[in-house]
Write a protein of this length. Structure first.
Length: 308
């Protein structure tokens, strides 16, 4: 009986994969090799996710509403599964830029201190010169989304060739200079930078997203449904009381609602702060800074991770 149950997903994946490979593209074959012959359903999952990301996110949004109806014990198990297989790491602008500026291939594994999840925590970048931008599936799946749409950066192979060959919505190759411009402009808009990891993408990093709290499905899952699928940057915001005028701007723009005004005093809610740096960039007085905090995990700093 157990053998039959184990055979079913293999057969489903095999026939689904066969239908895909009938008109196969070179990038599809390379993408399939990330998973190997023993994980056909992972390949199929990743294929559907990369081929039609808007539809994937739309289904994900509908699924999120199930938390309102299922038992707490079932919700807990689902949250545990989701956070382990699909998650993002909040990163500072400078760390996001460092990922784009890479000029050599890297292979970093066992990064549990940086990416605190059981699965999908490797950074393996093949051909770092290859970068593409696609239309943000989270924004595409919303009515009246934030603009512009082309803000999701796909990094390295086989991911870039895949979105280009399969004509994923808005996909186009861009230079490192243009990718850095996207990061800078999104930073100026008050959006956060996140590095994304997914088990169906070969258990590793594949994209840098520039997220807004109003459109991002991952942020909504994190804030509204308590799914711990976002890891802190490793930093926490600190207010300089001598410089701060308590204008309240940082409290209004914080995407994680981590800055509070109490008796005209600006205070950082330690538990909510993810160290994204939006408040630092927007404070014209320079009254806020980001401080390293070991309890928040290790930063995703390519310079530090590649020193050895």
């Amino acid at each position: 009986m157990k053998a039959k149950r184990a055979l079913l997903p293999f057969l489903l994946g095999f026939f689904a994969g066969f239908s895909i490979f009938k008109g196969t593209k070179p990038s599809t074959i390379k993408f399939a090799k990330l998973h190997g012959p023993s994980r056909p359903l992972k390949f199929l999952h990743g294929y559907l996710y990369m081929r039609w990301p808007k539809n994937y996110v739309s289904i994900y949004r509908v699924g999120g509403r199930l938390y309102e109806f299922i038992k707490p014990s079932q919700a807990s198990l689902l949250k545990k599964h989701l956070k382990s297989t699909y998650h993002g790491k909040v990163i500072k602008l400078s760390d996001a830029e460092s990922l784009i500026k890479l000029n050599k291939e890297i292979s970093l594994t066992n990064l549990e201190k940086v990416i605190p999840y059981k699965q999908a925590r490797d950074i393996i970048i093949k051909n770092p010169e290859s970068i593409a931008v696609i239309d943000c599936p989270c924004r595409l799946s919303k009515d009246n989304p934030c603009q512009p749409l082309d803000v999701c950066l796909i990094v390295g192979e086989p991911y870039v060739n895949f979105v280009i060959e399969h004509k994923t919505k808005g996909a186009r190759r861009i230079s490192k200079k243009e990718a850095l411009r996207v990061l800078k402009e999104e930073d100026e808009r008050g959006h956060i930078h996140t590095a994304w990891f997914k088990s169906a993408m070969g258990d590793r990093f594949y994209a840098i997203c520039n997220c807004c709290s109003c459109c991002c499905a991952g942020m909504k899952a994190f804030k509204d449904y308590g799914i711990p699928m976002l890891a802190s940057s490793g930093y926490v915001a600190k207010v300089n009381e001598e410089t701060c005028l308590n204008c309240g701007l940082c409290s209004k723009i914080c995407p994680f609602e981590a800055i509070e005004m109490n008796d005209d005093k600006t205070m950082v809610n330690y538990n909510k702060c993810m160290g994204c740096g939006v408040c630092v960039a927007k404070c014209k007085l320079g009254a806020i800074s980001l401080l390293r905090d070991p309890l928040k995990g290790e930063p995703l700093s390519i310079q530090d991770l590649t020193k050895a």
